[in-house]
Design a protein around this ligand. Sequence first.
Ligand SMILES: [Zn+2]
Length: 509
Amino acid sequence: MTPAPRRLPEPGVGIERLFVSVGTDFHRFDRLMRWLDEWMAADADVHHVVVQRGTSVEPTTVTSVDYLQRGRLISEFQDATVVVCHGGPATILECRANGLVPIVVPREQRFSEHVNDHQVDFCERLAAHGEIQLARTKSEFFRLLDLAVERGAPEVAVDDGHAAIALGNFEDAMIDLLGTRAASTPAALAEVVELNADDEKIPVLFIGSVPRSGSSLISELLDEHPHMVNIGEMVHMWQRGVIDNDRCGCGEPFSDCDFWTKVGEVAFGGWKNISGQRMRTLQQRADRTRFVPALLTPRISRQMLISVHQYGAVVARVLAAVREVSGAPIIVDTSKHVSTALLLRQIPQIDLRVVHLIRDPRGVAHSWSKQVERPEVTGASVEMDRLHPGRIGLRWLWFNWAFSNMDRLGVPSMTIRYEDFVAAPQDSLNQMFDFGGVDPIAESLVANAEPRVLDGGHSVSGNPARLSRKPVEIRADEGWKTGLNPRMRNLVTLITKPMRRRYHYPEGG
Ligand SMILES: [Zn+2]
């Protein structure tokens, strides 16, 4: 098809600074580069052009770069007088945040510019709200650029009111979109909402186990590695840390802990700027055991996906701050819950690895039947929850079933029995270091000759033992053999039979 001759625009104000961006998608967007070349070749009145082309063909009329560093990208959006971009939500929002109404060419599947046509659907909805200038064809594209040369680009004031409306429309468009196309995988989520997917991922080593299987001790030892930081049970951070002000692993109440204070500053400019209660509400919409089936289904509902996106963005912010404040590249999270692991798996900024920790179910049941005070609670005497051995047996079954299937969900995982850790602690730790992507440490963390006293780190919640400064003692707590009521012991032995044999826990223990 030969291009129709184009009427050149009347001399007008011209375009002071044109920024063209195709985003970070790995698909080529050659069509946009060719259109740009053709329009520029006709003596376009543009004073300065910056083109970020990704993997696309290089335009011939202007110089271009493949990608821009985040800081440079932000300043290009700030300085541009006219923006041309693909239909990625993050790019469009960036324009809107700078008071620009971008000229948007959505990527189309038929030209192999994307895996599907969600950008087309999304942009048509935004254009109907006046949020963007949509160009589906070359003639529309030329017309909008010519108009920009003649009259300057339409601008919107950057005020909170307008931004709120823009964001509201954006969310409506997203909800419509998610309703029409069930986005089901983490990749689909990243694609639809572009959760800063261009930033480096945060590695999280997650300990998955039935609580009271020895995870606190193991995570404290992992914390001794200079490249790992143990944050304890992230899942309880809002309630027990931000809201209840329980003691951190360092012994200080959460609000007095230097580490968590800095994390709050980096993440939110201080914890005072966000409501712990509101975060807890967000969390409860995304991270609950009852949502496990919803989080596992290949077609996650749009409501669930939005909850995951909202809460996930907050989690990612906290974890990025933890990384910055600690200086340790790998974060150890001992939340243990299945639902939390499945939630983290859905957050595009997180590189999740699971250490599946497993302990003899009779030992776990015994720990859950003991009376233990929680010394981390300030201003009251509170005991740790106790649960009936039968319920622990059931929990043991399904937790271990879930964590033994992480690989199938695409989450790298390794299994470790607490009893094997006790028998050869240093070997087990080195296996976990290796799995977490760090080098083993040469000195022994667990030499029995000179028991080590751990400093407790800054674990936000976890086993009360982490607050005592006693030397580390690694032992196979076999108290259940005599301490657990024989009827209960038989019950647990029976309930856990289907998985117990697989992990070599014989009937008699
Ligand atoms: Zn602390």
